[in-house]
Design a protein. Structure first.
Lengths: 158, 158, 158, 158, 158, 158, 158, 158, 158, 158, 158, 158
């Protein structure tokens, strides 16, 4: 289950997607999301990616359609897996689910805050049922744990 | 109820809208949608349009807002009816319904797969209640039947 | 996906079933169903059947049990598919669903009016989830589109 | 609001329909329905009909389809209104509702027992929403009150 | 089941209760309730009471508490049964139900309009489940039929 | 609790009712119902009946009304109990429940397949709440176990 | 849409109704409703009324029945519109809705606090669906905005 | 937690409110509420009050508005807590809840019968969520236990 | 509570957002929204803004993502409050709610038509629970009342 | 209704059961349950028991099965009634309800905190519907009131 | 479908599990479960086991965890199938379902009383959907029929 | 957010709890849970614990009560956090939630399989709303990611 520790040839390419309003992280509403900025999350992700020897393509978008298009293009870009924090679109977007179904890539869904201790409409996401793994409530660390889990899942072939 | 077989003056202009992820048709997830591509669907639509002597303007978009704007502009472009596969937005977009209500054009809603044999959240669409007609589950042929039905509805004045 | 244009040997036999109260078409309540009679629908169906080179056996019944028995006998009569307007029984009859499941024939469900713009109890049918295709809201033309769709589905082997 | 007391020419024809299991009245389960027989109800109905100078055609059937057909034929038989105890079919038959909608005759729905003090699935009927009047819980007298109400409604032109 | 035709000694006293807003009958919103006034309904009730040899005590109130108190006092006034149109309080007042349960008098619930063809919150009443009989949708005649039914129920001892 | 082993005089008469589509058993859809035919089930039932010294009257019908009428006639035919596989009508027919309530005979409800592992609308039946016993999911053996249980219940007087 | 600025003849009479517990404003529970008293609200209303040249009749009541009666009497008092804060009765009183339906006067519903951020049973009111306008959550200013909106609606004839 | 046993100066004033129909106690429907009268309950309450050295002001009302007004006036009368049996209004009155919220006095809700073993609409009350304590099902003793609990809560300062 | 009448230094900047399809106002579907155009609404808003000495930045968009981005940028542009008609996105967009939560600006939600008298899915919005105020159903005047309410709320510091 | 004050022979034996996590009382989470320990509750219970001349057998268990077994053994131990704080098992254990049904002993259910002001899943218990009495929200005093109520109920023979 | 009548080598080992409170059978609450004791049920089971040449291991437990452990150990003990009356745990225990899923043994679920005529929370069990067969309502005989059905299912290889 | 890399004094003690049926891992039902055994999971956990310099106390139990008691004892054992796979008890045990609330320790909930792609009753857990973090669907790796997340959360003091 541990990642192989071998070679440079096996460089995984992964896509990281940040959904709507995540560009505001650390700027506003720290009581819910803490005061970590998206830039620092991305730095931490890149540092861990280097450690795990994977390549990341990171994007944030407030547009449902852009997120969909990014997912659709992932296979042609050689991406093997997706790490996605769908934010609010997780609760309302069937189209995002369809995009992930269409490309058929394994993906891990992460959430900064514990969606189960917030409003009832945040307790369900359209992505959860088809995700390879889900990490919730660890703050910025949710991304790092999710990335680790995704890489190990891809490397173990599970 | 049959279309008039007369004149060239009566050339109907119709808009065909393909919703999110339909650009992926035939590329991915063939177990659900078959392996027909969107291009071949559009070719078949154009062939039938010629046979029925109607003019088609065909667009696919992953953006809810773009689909809305396209619908809003239809009357000014002389469009008399809309053939729309809303895909996932059918289940979540009240705004799409409002756009169709706003322009007041007759429209036919089509779906490739049988939405009633998939997940429960696909059993309802916001468009169904105001559609002129609905065609579900015939694969790519849903579009052709829908086009035929829309044209006959417009020509019969019903 | 287009029907084969070849031979006389390939004569499909199809069953057309009209559910309860459809014998009243054109006689009463024209505001909902228009003023087309069942006879004229059947004439149009036969004309189209001739064009598509298929043979139709058409029956209307107000009895749930009779409709069930007709479906059960279809395979022994050499019927390859069913075109059914279940009318009210679509919303209440599990037995009709079971009959169609039992014979395993592909069938197309049609509705004259848009059931999704009527009372909530008409928004769901027990047949929809297992239908090969569904056509809703085109008035009498729903039958013609449904027949066309059924024939093409059977001929394409899809 | 009182019936006109004038002429013999104004003889109303009404249809009385007894739904499933009402032929068992007085024979079984007297704790729910009392021990009045259907025959005695019909006698009382005919006596009151004579008093009100209306003509009754009375039928009981256990078959949903037969009840539907009887309703469909009512207008051709010169029937001006229907008095119906749908019994169990009131709770499950959309087709019965459709038959009454199709003929467009005013009808009164009656129930012997108080359906609101029995199982929850008896608290709603598909007929109630389109009935001209409803009489519930007076035992056999529900029919007589319903007949009286129907006749007065028809005669008053309300 | 017919009332006894005998004596003056058997003079039943009944209470008629009109719930909130029924004092507005005939003054406003005739599209729903017709243009009969409460006074004319009461006159008709008194005429029928005389014919049936019963004595009526009639009150209208917009106050839930007053209706409750009136019901509570009924047994001490020698009242044997209640004819009540609870109007809106039927849908919201458990206290009214409790008052009727407390006195234990047989009562008939009447409604002028068909509550089942109006808003969903009007489809249920707290009184229906414990009523001796229910008459709905005959306009002002609902009261007369209800009175007749109540008297016959009391006289028959059913 | 064991049946008395005594006499020939105590010959029980029981009615076996097969609901809609059960005549198709073994002919179609073997993945759900296995490939046993209704004839072989009836043979096995008759063999067991002989062993248990009871007399069976066996009928299959696709008509709700016919099943109702058969149940209504059972007491006059000297029937002491009913073994019924209501099939689809179990989920939709209040009238069947009423027929069984009306005759007041003990009855056992059987199902071939496990209705609780199929579609949600098959998880409830209108008969279950008033059945003397229920046997589900043993395939054709459900009938034999149900017959045994019914006979023992009748003989034990429980 | 702006009020006419002309004459003294056009003096509108409006009724302001404060529902239950609003007499407690400013005395208790300031965390929810602030510390403005009902008197100061009424003063502000009268000042604005003068500015808008309308006449106000203002009443507070804890009695559902009194509020109903006040509404019923409004037309006879020459009232052209009602500004009502139904408070708790908005969530539970069908009778209040019926009173407003009966008189048919345009009315504006106001709430001091944001009912949508309080308990779920406060998210719906029986009045909302038939109101001419609704103003929520501006504290005491809700009344002033509501009055302004009502006057402009009446003067514009909309 | 025990009450202080000290002084006469510490005389608590409490309000006891009996909701609708409780004036009927012991007169009617003894199967539900027993045959204790409200007078005897009040006597027992006064006796216990003397023992606990508290002063009681006891009122019964069938009017929701009166109960509300009584609660509103309690603080000005020096009342420190309320013992209330809301009866039916507990299930339907948001206004009663609001009155108790407005005055902010601790209150104990009591019910004679076990509301959880009666009709489903009696299983919830609008008061329960904000009560200091709740006592259910001990018959007349519910009041005495509730009074004791209220006094101890007030004296303990909890 | 009245706005301060003092100085030019206190010039508030507010953002006005019009959601999807509002650019169609006055062009289509006048039966629902009247025939006022968005331009005339904006003119009226600007006139009132001048009167209230506030500065407005007005945008309409059919794109959920654009509306989100506009809200996110508001604080950096010195905006102190938002006046938003979310139109259809109010019913479906959690992301819009999150954007407003993220910036933490007070905002007022307005709707032209009475959303509570339209389809059930329009009765709730994701914004209502966190809005500073809500104005519904006054047509174009909803904007003016909402602007007034927003300005007064900001100036009063409430 | 007061307990008899007489004899030593009449010594009642009662069982007190504390459900899961109640051993943690006073150790943790004082914001919900206060800082009273279970030991001090038991001391108070024993003191009151002596005053009321009853004998208590007190047990706490975190095991559903142990609580069940204790209840089952109660009758053989001469126990006449049960005072139970089911804690979390009240909301989830049908087996506990069955144990209490099986032994048929009167029991009183108590809760320290007000379960109706906590999470929705705490608003219902499986025991409430069959309890002799319920005491909620008085903190540790709930036990004492419950014991008093139970003893009085047993002694009064109610 | 009949068991093979052959050999001693084919001795099946089956586990019989009685859930919580079944040790109380015949001791208490005979109105629901009759007065048969668990011992007599077990005797009857052993007698039938001998007749059917199977070996039984029978246990009753009030502990969910013990039942789970017993099921887990079954395969190692050579058990081929389980006959289980889960009693109350059937309605609440997902863990029991998981234990049965984990061992993958065929099992038959039995209930003494008709769970469908008791409280609504008894109408569903977590085991039903994965059971090989279900026997309900035959009292103690449910076990014997269930054992017979289980043995025949195992022997027939179905 | 990264763990401090300093000292031996800072040795965290954590409790790992495996819920019911997890002792069966790798032995049965590999299609759902894979074929990893609990022992190998524990080994991996201990290896990672050593790497992270934390001490683990690991227990599996099929008994809800045992899991509760283990959690209650954790603080006295110097445990600073809990890693728990509640398995089936997550979906049904309020008592487990209460135990975690009572001790107030941070805990991470893990699940091997994706509970959101299994039966609906597995989509919610009673623990999720109060967990510090949740990891779902990574198979055995869920534990390792959860441990890592828990340690980092404790060390970062978040």
């Amino acid at each position: 289950m541990l990642p192989d520790a071998t070679g440079g040839t096996n460089l995984l390419k992964l896509m990281v997607l940040h959904g709507p309003n995540l560009n505001m992280l650390g700027k506003r509403e720290p009581s819910v999301y803490g005061n970590v900025t998206l830039d620092s999350i991305n730095e931490n992700l890149r540092a861990l990616a280097e450690e795990l020897r994977v390549e990341l393509s990171i994007t944030q978008s407030n547009h449902e359609g852009e997120l969909i298009t990014l997912i659709q293009e992932a296979p042609d870009r050689g991406v093997s897996g997706v790490l996605i924090n769908p934010a609010a679109y997780g609760h309302t977007s069937v189209a995002l689910r369809d995009a992930l179904l269409a490309v058929g890539l394994p993906f891990v869904e992460v959430h900064l805050s514990n969606i189960h201790s917030r409003e009832p409409f945040r307790h369900q996401t359209y992505l959860a049922g088809i995700a390879s793994g889900i990490v919730i409530g660890f703050g910025a660390n949710s991304y790092l744990l999710g990335l680790r889990g995704l890489v190990e899942k891809l490397r173990s072939g599970a």
